[in-house]
Ligand binder design. Structure first.
Ligand code: HEC
Ligand code: HEC
Length: 364
């Protein structure tokens, strides 16, 4: 009977509908579970330390990294004892400045309590231990050195301006309101940390270590292998970092992408990054106990700085080409080498060329 067949067809059709809806539901559950899986995790600091310990081998057992010659001179700069922080208002400012440097994201990150003007990194992510670590971008000589001529801007800059530049570049953000207490507190902290340093004083462990140049160019392909083996467990497969459970700050900061430093930052220069990584990464490595060969440090830096990140218009920077750093990957240059060579090396021919120019000028 025709009517019967119609009924059967309808029943079959509704069967399919139920079946398909079930598949859709299962898929949705899968997707949601996947999303939940990517939820940021809250990793307490002792876990970071334990995780770091797993990455750190005893340097005395490995002779390949040359650390036996890595001796810290007895008179090297040391952070002042906390006992030297004065009581009262002045001390409060210093301590507040320290807090802002350590937990910048809480105050100025995308969910910041004071202003939402930065990418969510902390100053301390690169200025390690509150800017007190040797070869970890410490603040020892900062205040003593300012005001100073900035070759980047071509102007004499006050200390405040230098600090703000890290907001704009390293924190990929906007300038904070410099009239506010926060910036004064950061400066007070930096002044305290450098209280025993005189203008022009040579400081062991300042900025980042200048590693000897490789013969060839640093190699991002080899660097990727280092990244996969020694960095991604903390910084993530795509260098995206790991957010804390409150989603306001990072447990492991991002190395590239929209939330990391932009291409106008100091870390975008491979010499700075290689020296930083050699002395401090994987987390727990130090000047005396490095975990990477120089070549590994150069290559992993080349890999990280070849990944995508936000661009900053820099056409007003380094207008005096003779003062442009050799590893600045944006032309024009006062030499015939390409942007690629300025980005990854080989740097020896660039340095050699610059020397011939200087000699030429002397003989004129
Ligand atoms: C992504 C890493 C990174 C972050 C995050 C970062 N900085 Fe920096 N900062 C650097 C590097 C690298 C230099 C040295 C740059 C150079 O030589 O061009 C530097 C230099 C500085 C200096 C100058 C130091 C000196 O002795 O001349 C100050 C001050 C400073 N940063 C403050 C800050 C503050 C404040 C924050 C947070 C608001 C911050 N930085 C965040 C990487 C970073
Ligand atoms: C055990 C976890 C861990 C490993 C492994 C690790 N890091 Fe880090 N890294 C950190 C932490 C934590 C910080 C932030 C330090 C702080 O805030 O005190 C950091 C900061 C950084 C920074 C500066 C901030 C930024 O996001 O740009 C760079 C660059 C970096 N790491 C590169 C590397 C490289 C390259 C490797 C592999 C050779 C590596 N790290 C391995 C935990 C790790």
């Amino acid at each position: 009977m025709k009517e019967n067949e119609l009924v059967k067809a309808v029943v079959r059709l509704s069967g399919y509908v139920v079946y398909i809806s079930l598949i859709v539901v299962v898929c949705m559950v899968g997707i949601i579970a996947g999303l939940l899986d990517n939820e940021p995790v809250n990793i307490p600091i002792q876990h970071i330390k334990a995780d770091a310990a797993a990455h750190i081998s005893d340097a005395t057992k490995s002779s390949t990294l040359g650390e036996s010659s890595r001796v810290i001179p007895a008179d090297a700069w040391k952070v002042p004892g906390t006992g030297t922080i004065p009581a009262g208002k002045a001390g409060e400012m210093i301590n507040y400045g320290k807090e802002l440097i350590a937990h910048t994201a809480i105050y100025f990150g995308p969910k910041g309590s004071i202003a939402q003007i930065s990418n969510g990194m902390n100053c301390q992510n690169c200025h390690l231990d509150g800017g007190s670590r040797l070869f970890g971008n410490n603040f020892a000589g900062f205040i003593a050195g300012y005001p100073k001529m900035s070759n980047r801007s071509g102007k004499v800059e006050p200390a405040t301006e230098r600090l703000v530049e890290c907001f704009r570049r390293s924190l990929g953000g906007k300038s904070p309101d410099t009239a506010k207490k926060e910036i004064r507190a950061m400066l007070a902290y930096m002044e305290w940390i450098g209280r025993n340093v005189k203008k022009g004083q040579k400081l062991f462990g300042n900025a980042t270590e200048k590693l000897p140049f490789l013969e060839g160019a640093a190699d991002p392909v080899k660097g990727r292998i280092v990244f996969m083996a020694k960095c991604k467990s903390c910084h993530g497969n795509n260098g995206e970092g790991v957010l804390a459970a409150d989603k306001r700050s990072y447990v492991y900061p991002p190395l590239w992408g929209a939330h990391s430093y932009n291409d106008g930052a100091g870390m975008y220069r491979v010499i700075n990054l290689a020296g930083f990584v050699k002395n401090n990464m994987p987390y727990g490595a130090t000047y005396q106990n490095p975990q990477l060969t120089d070549e590994e440090a150069w290559n992993v830096a080349a890999f990280i700085d070849s990944q995508p990140r936000l661009h900053r218009d820099q056409h007003n920077d380094w207008t005096d080409l003779n003062k442009k750093p050799i590893d600045l990957p944006f032309g024009p240059y006062a030499d015939p080498f390409s942007e690629k060579q300025h980005k990854l090396g080989p740097f020896k021919p660039i340095v050699a060329f610059q020397k011939t120019q200087i000699n030429k000028n002397k003989n004129l």
